[in-house]
Design a protein around this ligand. Structure first.
Ligand SMILES: Cc1cc2nc3c(=O)[nH]c(=O)nc-3n(C[C@H](O)[C@H](O)[C@H](O)COP(=O)(O)OP(=O)(O)OC[C@H]3O[C@@H](n4cnc5c(N)ncnc54)[C@H](O)[C@@H]3O)c2cc1C
Length: 480
């Protein structure tokens, strides 16, 4: 019987499996629903950083009819994401428990990365995750022009979003090296790590629920009925996967569970505070003289709306080529995606049924407040204004969406896009403590994006990795 069962081998689960199995005296079983490819056997669609959200390795979820990708493969969503490696900002930690301030977590952000550039005060040189700052020279001409047009529009160049300042524009820091996305199944679960006698990884196991003896977790049961017993269970199924497993296990709002015929083990508000960042795809046909689309990602303007609170930066305008050139009359496209990255709206995740093969009902409640809608429209109009700047305008032939005569306010609400950074479905405080232990239960922790208490204004992958590293250090006393 293993000492620890980890459910889900994504951004957090792969980190935990690698770290916990460092101790040869501790046995670890990692169960992943998707395929567990060997480090040198990942398909091109997973390692090619220009391919984002591979349908062959996806859970197939939707929110209100819109596809909502989630990686289903060892490496999880870090294996299908856009490879952007932004940290959360200091202001983003205001809503976290006291021992999770930016000063507390900075050493862990440094420890997880190896990046050759930037200030030593902010950067680590020897960690497992390779992060590289994309230079302007590496960007396509149109992505570079977006940064230069943002500067011409009055914004600063940032040079390093993971340094002291974020308000402004530049190329992204990326966890892609030479076009290869560094998912956690590669970066943490190296061939050497996988060869440890203390670690067993099993792919293709869809975990249904946690098994309890009273209020103590004693293992999990898979959808095919196979039981796995262990001394401790850590759920790392992600912001949708982990709450779904909790709910099927009888951990959730008692009324909802009773309605589904699920016996209540712990009455907790699981799935009641889902947060996600709404976006809008402001798309352009590239000018015929500037059709380059690789690398597809990208450059960023990160700034504050007129209604931002305190020193938060609540808007992203990202420039990418994450749109098929075939959708453009010139054969090339660029998307200026505006995203409201500090939404005040919260949504829900519920079970449609107790069937482990059924998708949960995900409702992020995008733009659920007038203020969120106003800020979102402001972001779209900011991106359009930069696109009209004479520095950027020569790189595009036409605006494709919204049309040149459309009002952003009218189309934004009807065409909300998924930015893909859901959090807070089993948040610290409400459902788990500051180290992921589920309130009122023993032997059960959640460690992944679900426990982030308030959505950060950044992308989320590096913060989830930091969270897993730090909980490992604090709970298991380990030196990473
Ligand atoms: C298309 C896309 C683009 C993104 N772009 C970026 C980006 O550029 N930068 C960034 O920082 N963030 C990005 N993100 C978000 C980021 O990747 C996630 O926040 C992060 O990977 C979440 O980590 P996690 O460990 O919480 O969950 P995941 O990495 O999703 O891991 C969960 C794992 O658990 C497994 N699992 C779930 N349920 C079960 C079950 N019942 N049984 C067994 N296994 C299960 C899943 O298959 C998966 O492997 C993107 C996400 C997506 C989907």
């Amino acid at each position: 019987m293993p000492d620890v069962i980890i459910v889900g081998g994504g951004s957090a689960g792969a980190v935990l499996a690698a770290r916990l199995s460092q101790d040869p005296a501790r046995t670890v079983l990692l169960l992943e629903a998707g395929p567990a490819y060997a480090p040198d056997a990942y398909p091109k669609s997973i390692v090619d950083a220009d391919v984002v959200a591979d349908p062959a390795h996806d859970w197939g979820y939707t929110t209100r009819g819109t596809p909502t990708p989630r990686g289903k493969v060892l490496g999880g969503s870090s294996a299908v994401n856009a490879g952007v490696a932004l940290r959360a900002r200091a202001a983003d930690f205001a809503g976290w428990p006291a021992d999770w301030s930016f000063d507390d977590v900075l050493p862990t952000y440094k420890l997880l990365e190896n990046t050759p550039t930037g200030d030593d005060a902010f950067h680590g040189r020897g960690g497992p995750l390779s992060i590289r700052q994309r230079t302007l020279e590496e960007l396509t001409p149109s992505l570079r022009a977006f940064v230069e047009a943002s500067v011409a529009h009055g914004f600063k160049r940032v040079h390093d979003f993971n340094g002291a300042e974020q308000n402004g524009a530049d190329g992204y820091p990326m966890d892609a090296v030479d076009g290869i996305r560094q998912n956690t199944g590669l970066a943490y679960l190296t061939a050497e790590v996988r060869s440890r006698a203390s670690l067993t990884i099993v792919g293709g196991v869809n975990v249904d629920r946690v098994l309890f003896s009273g209020t103590t977790a004693v293992g999990v049961i898979a959808a095919d009925g196979t039981e796995y017993r262990g001394s401790e269970v850590i759920l790392a199924g992600g912001a949708y996967g982990s709450p779904a497993i909790l709910l099927r296990s009888g951990v959730g709002p008692a009324g909802d569970l009773a309605a589904l015929g699920i016996d209540v083990v712990a009455d907790l508000p699981v799935g009641q505070r889902l947060q996600d960042q709404p976006g809008y795809y402001n798309a352009y046909a590239l000018a015929s003289s500037h059709l380059e689309m690789s690398p597809a990602v990208g450059s960023l303007l990160w700034t504050a709306s007129s209604e931002a609170i305190g020193d938060e930066l609540d808007l992203h305008v990202t420039a990418t080529h994450l749109m098929p050139g075939s959708a453009s009359p010139t054969g090339g496209a660029i998307v200026l995606m505006a995203a409201l990255v500090r939404p005040e709206s919260t949504g829900t995740l519920r079970l449609a049924s107790r069937d482990p093969e059924a998708a949960p009902v995900i409702d992020p409640n995008y733009l659920g407040s007038e203020r969120d809608l106003r800020r979102m429209v402001e972001g779209v109009e900011l991106g359009r204004a930069i696109a009209r700047n004479p520095v950027f305008a020569p790189f595009v032939a036409a605006e494709l969406a919204p049309g040149p005569d459309d009002s952003a306010a009218e189309v934004v609400a009807a065409n909300v896009a998924v930015y893909g950074h859901p959090t807070s479905t089993a948040p610290m405080g409400d459902v788990v403590d500051s180290l992921g232990a589920v309130h009122g239960l023993s032997g059960l922790r959640v460690v992944d994006a679900a426990i982030i208490p308030v959505i950060p204004s950044s992308t989320t992958n590096v913060t989830v990795i930091m969270l897993a590293e730090r909980i490992y250090q604090r709970v298991y006393g380990g030196r990473s």
